[in-house]
Design a protein around this ligand. Sequence first.
Ligand code: MG
Length: 350
Amino acid sequence: MTGEYVSMAHGAGGSAMDALIKRYMLKHFAGSSAEVPLEALDDAAVIDGIVLKSDSYTVKPLFFPGGDIGRMAVAGTVNDMSVLGAEPLALATGFVFEEGFPLHDLERILTSMDETCKEAGVAVITGDTKVVEHGALDKFIINSSGVGRRSPLLDRNLTEVRKFRESEAKWLLDSNIRAGDQIILSGAVADHGIAVLSAREGYGFETKIQSDAAPLNHMIARALEVGGVVSMKDPTRGGLANLLNEWSEKSKVGILIHEERIPVHTGVRAACEMLGLDPLEVGNEGKVVLAVVSQKAEQVLAALRSTDLGREAEIIGRATDEFNLVAVQTSVGGRRILAKPFGDPVPRIC
Ligand code: MG
């Protein structure tokens, strides 16, 4: 694994990918003058007031219940900018095709991207197209990059935070969380990973389970209007387990979550049990986790629940200084450590 070659785990969003980025990418690219630089390893970067993000999409299959590679490419980039407190402005997309790719599939993907752009209120304004020989690539990949600017709602949100504690935070970074902050999850976990896995392997769960892929910027705006949000992050590869461990490490706090408060749809829970997967480690594409000052948590929760995408939102736990790791209070009353996964148990879900 730590040998000389890239493995699937290096792209799976857990500790293996983390180690690759720290050992190789940071060695060469760290040290810029960006306000939120690469080495923050946050959802997006900020330089001269411009929010910048780049993602590549390699999902297999390209079409799955609830979404497709095009919807994900738009939503994922929009979401990574939005969770920092940015308003997404525009996207740049790079398409790489395997020779022989059906143009009617391209049409379907572009139609889906167009619809998702309209939903989010962004536009694709530049891009690039390349083709490689048959067999040199598995069908099609998309790179999606985005620019955004500071959301006008962010300053208002941070003013609310400062009513309850001293804070110099300018963006909603992973390192902003303090003991006592409440942790809110916007809806049920693991739908996306299980929907893609089922579509790929033909397990048949896909009749009931749909990907949650969606742009979250409008729902996030409702939370920022209420105010008191100190950090936000989307639980993509490695799921909620990876997200909470990143927060715990970067904010140097413990996080305690309550198992019975974490929404998991019945079909997804059954599929995870059958496949031996922990739904907390499976990736999502339409969920956000928010850390909120405790005094504002109920109001933020109500704002989320008033939106279509956030109606299953729950307060799932809190940050604590009693310990410095992520713990789960189980439904039978015990506690277990929720470790950072080595990688998402389902490969190529985004
Ligand atoms: Mg993210």
